[in-house]
Design a protein around this ligand. Structure first.
Ligand SMILES: [Zn+2]
Length: 160
């Protein structure tokens, strides 16, 4: 990851999981905390191990996911996550980039856990991209920020 918008996309999805799953709300809230800790820890490490970092984040995120909830709910969490991150002022480009990171992390001989618990990242990308184009027919507003500079600054501070 290299922007706050990407991190907001992951956390937005997780919040969507919590919001959408009232029956498992208590458990999900606990896991949301550990996911956030994991995500921040990875950010703080500031390593340039791109793919591995992304895979670790994906793993942390997806430990929250119980297969019982199914893929329809995951699409709903993507939709909610997009809503939350843009309401927070982040560019929706971040969530599309996260889908690309997940797709790249999923390539290889061994299928990562997240591919079995979540829909295919390519399909999620297409669905989200269509939703973004529908939401912003005149293009993404310039007021929505990717937060790349702040993210880079935070990584530098944490590494020193
Ligand atoms: Zn999810």
């Amino acid at each position: 990851m290299n922007s706050e918008a990407q991190l907001a996309a992951v956390l937005g999805h997780e919040i969507g999981d919590v919001v959408g799953r009232h029956g498992a709300e208590h458990l999900a809230k606990q896991n949301l905390g550990s996911s956030l800790v994991n995500a921040v820890g990875i950010v703080s490490s500031g390593g340039n191990d791109g793919g591995q970092g992304a895979a670790t984040i994906a793993g942390a995120v997806n430990r929250l996911v119980d297969l019982r909830y199914g893929r329809k709910d995951e699409s709903e969490s993507d939709r909610l996550g997009l809503q939350f991150m843009t309401q927070a002022g982040y560019s929706p480009v971040g969530i599309l980039q996260v889908m690309k990171i997940l797709a790249a992390a999923g390539r290889g001989s061994r299928q990562p856990e997240f591919l079995t618990s979540h829909p295919d990242p390519g399909n999620r990308f297409d669905t989200l991209n269509a939703l973004i184009n529908k939401t912003y027919p005149n293009g993404v507003p310039k007021t929505l920020d990717e937060g790349r500079d702040r993210f880079a600054q935070y990584v530098r501070i944490s590494a020193s």
